[in-house]
Design a protein around this ligand. Structure first.
Ligand code: FES
Length: 158
């Protein structure tokens, strides 16, 4: 992972998308979604590229990227660990699980471990309230999680 997604091929892919959307007045959001999909994150280098091709200022692009949580300026880790902080999960002790995850991974939400292995994100309700408290790792969902189970769950991804 790391910065390996910033390849000429991916920039070409994004350029193609921008060219196909240049007639739309509200083109920035779809372009940013596409960039997030292609690169996995939207670093300054990509923001500048989009600015060059669209004429939208880097400041405006940067503002949008940092405002919406679905965009990220940092590369995501190999595994994305989500902890649901929705009401049901919160009531069932999600904070203790988040605390445990922070200790185990040594990072705060929205950060990635230095080896690039894990990113930690706090999420809203993922619609599995019956299983509260819930954590997700990539596409896997773990329900009724107890803080003591956190390290063994993470170990499956090592
Ligand atoms: S509140 Fe966590 S799944 Fe609904």
């Amino acid at each position: 992972m790391g910065h390996s997604s910033l390849t000429p091929k991916n920039f070409e892919k994004l350029l193609l998308f921008i060219e196909n959307h240049s007639d739309k007045t509200d083109g920035l959001m779809p372009i940013l979604h596409e960039a997030q999909d292609i690169f996995g994150y939207i670093p300054l280098e990509v923001q500048k590229f989009i600015s060059d091709k669209t004429g939208v200022s880097v400041a405006r692009i940067h503002g949008v990227v940092t405002f919406y949580s679905q965009f990220s300026t940092e590369p995501k880790g190999e595994h994305v660990v989500g902890v649901c902080l929705g009401t049901a999960c919160y009531v069932k002790g999600a904070q203790a699980i988040l605390q445990k995850l922070k200790e185990e991974l040594g990072i705060e939400p929205d950060q990635t471990t230095s080896d690039g292995k894990y990113s930690l994100v706090a999420t809203r309700c993922i619609g599995a309230c019956g299983l509260a408290p819930v954590i997700t790792i990539d596409d896997d969902v773990y329900g009724k999680v107890d803080p003591t189970q956190v390290s063994s769950i993470l170990n499956k991804y090592n």
